[in-house]
Ligand binder design. Structure first.
Ligand SMILES: [Zn+2]
Length: 452
């Protein structure tokens, strides 16, 4: 007996030493072949049929036809389509729970739960636009998530956003920690503090969000943008009006984080946005959801939609009170018009060569369901005039560029990380096919079979 125990202990000790000596050995050795798929690589070219993808460790080792199967696990996927995982460059995480948004809900559990939901919907990276809270940085969650050590989508944070005192955004709905600098000096100092948290983007709200409210002083946002650039950060702006877009573009904004919605963009502005390499994130889903529940939208019966909602949200947004609140509001026609203007602008900008990236504002309210909104955004891009492949590029390659992770993510090619979706249907034929998730792979590991 004693000898056996000793033997077992010895074996354990040897195994432990071996594992500690080469912690990634098993991961590096793991190889899996996704065999005979239709490949959408994210670059926008026509899908390639009967392709094999060899994943080794966390990356793509090879893409080709009839690849060697010796010594690798083979997943035969005839009839399936593979595309890069989605990336959403404008979301909110952790402040939504049930039918409310509040800073009180911002716990590790709630954050991870929502990152896992994004993952179930094939979204493996998200940029949280200005509603994060100290817990994210103090507990190391921000760094761990980016390294892929936390389950779910990798969280990129814009830290604590910037707004106007007494103006946008409202302090409620979990936005009580938004900073409201009174002077350019204060603005620059606060950006410097965010840089210390390794935040790579800042978010500002440049909008009155209704008549009579104060807007951010142009001197303040000029200082925010300047300080961001000094710290190698990109500056993103919430906006609505074309006049604000013009000024922000002049001042060097890097990311327009919502559509221009009051007017169709003129040639001069379009050319400036393109020539300065500004990223345009239209968040069309937000504008659709702002009025759609005044009616019975066609996706209500879609189980894919229902599974993405927080508890109680379906009942809330389909209630007569909610419907009447939208329908009978005097601003209802304005909301419809804003959406239609947004559709026109995104297409004009896209055709002119502006980089359009997927982003939705999901998680900012119960009606903006995390995961489903991202797939809805792709549908709306197609409604705006994008081809399905162009919409997919916006949600993969372009969004990776917006997050500055395109060296490793956003397209499927040798050497890039194996973040990809296996779909039952081909979304190049019908963009709604992105909802037919069969498997989600994050860094070469199967992490989900879609929303359950
Ligand atoms: Zn937002």
């Amino acid at each position: 007996m004693k000898t056996n125990y000793l033997y077992i202990h010895l074996a354990c000790a040897i195994l432990l030493a071996a594992c500690q000596g080469a912690p990634h050995a098993s991961q590096a050795d793991r190889a899996m072949l996704l065999q005979d798929v239709t490949l959408i690589d994210g670059h926008g070219q026509a899908p390639r049929e009967h392709m094999d993808i060899l994943m080794q460790g966390d990356s793509i080792a090879q893409i080709g036809q009839h690849l060697d199967t010796l010594g690798v696990t083979v997943m035969r996927l005839t009839g399936k389509t593979v595309m890069p995982a989605l990336i959403s460059a404008h979301v909110h995480v952790g402040t939504l729970k049930g039918t409310e948004n509040s800073g009180d809900f911002y716990t590790r559990d709630n954050i991870v739960r929502q990152l896992q939901r994004y993952q179930d919907y094939g979204v493996l990276q998200v940029l949280v636009m200005g509603t994060d809270r100290p817990l994210l940085f103090e507990t190391g969650l921000a760094d761990s998530s980016l390294k892929g050590l936390v389950p779910g989508a990798r969280l990129h944070s814009a830290g604590y956003g910037f707004g106007a005192a007494g103006g946008a955004p409202p302090a409620a709905y979990g936005m009580d920690l938004v900073q409201r600098p009174a002077t350019p000096e204060e603005a620059a100092r606060q950006v410097g503090d965010l840089a210390k948290l390794h935040v790579r983007n800042i978010k500002m709200w440049v909008d009155n969000m209704g008549p009579g409210k104060p807007k951010m002083d142009p001197g303040v946002y000029h200082a925010l943008i300047g300080a961001a650039h000094q710290n190698n950060m990109k500056a993103a702006a919430h906006l609505f009006y074309i006049a604000d877009a013009r000024q922000l573009v002049k001042d060097g904004i890097d990311i327009i984080a919502h559509s221009i919605r009051d007017q169709v963009a003129d040639d001069t502005l379009v050319a400036a946005i393109r020539d300065k390499g500004i990223v345009y994130i239209p968040t069309l889903a937000l504008d659709k959801f702002a009025y759609a529940y005044g009616d019975t939208p066609p996706w209500l019966d879609n189980p894919y939609f229902r599974k993405s909602l927080e508890a109680g949200a379906f009942e809330l947004i389909t209630s007569q009170t909610y419907r009447d609140g939208i329908r009978n509001n005097t601003n209802y026609p304005d909301k419809v018009r804003a959406f239609e203007t947004a559709l026109k602008n995104v297409y004009i900008l896209h055709k002119a060569g502006v980089l359009v990236a997927l982003g939705t504002d999901s998680g900012a309210s119960p009606a903006r369901a995390q995961g489903f909104s991202e797939h809805m955004e792709l549908i709306l891009l197609v409604e705006a005039g994008f081809t399905p492949l162009e919409a997919i590029t916006a949600g993969t390659k372009n969004a990776a560029k917006a997050l500055r992770v395109d060296d490793a993510y956003g397209t499927l090619e040798t050497g890039k990380k194996a973040d990809l979706l296996v779909l039952n249907e081909n979304p190049a034929q019908n963009i709604a096919g992105t909802q037919s998730i069969f498997r989600v792979f994050k860094a070469g590991q199967e992490v989900s079979q879609g929303p359950q």
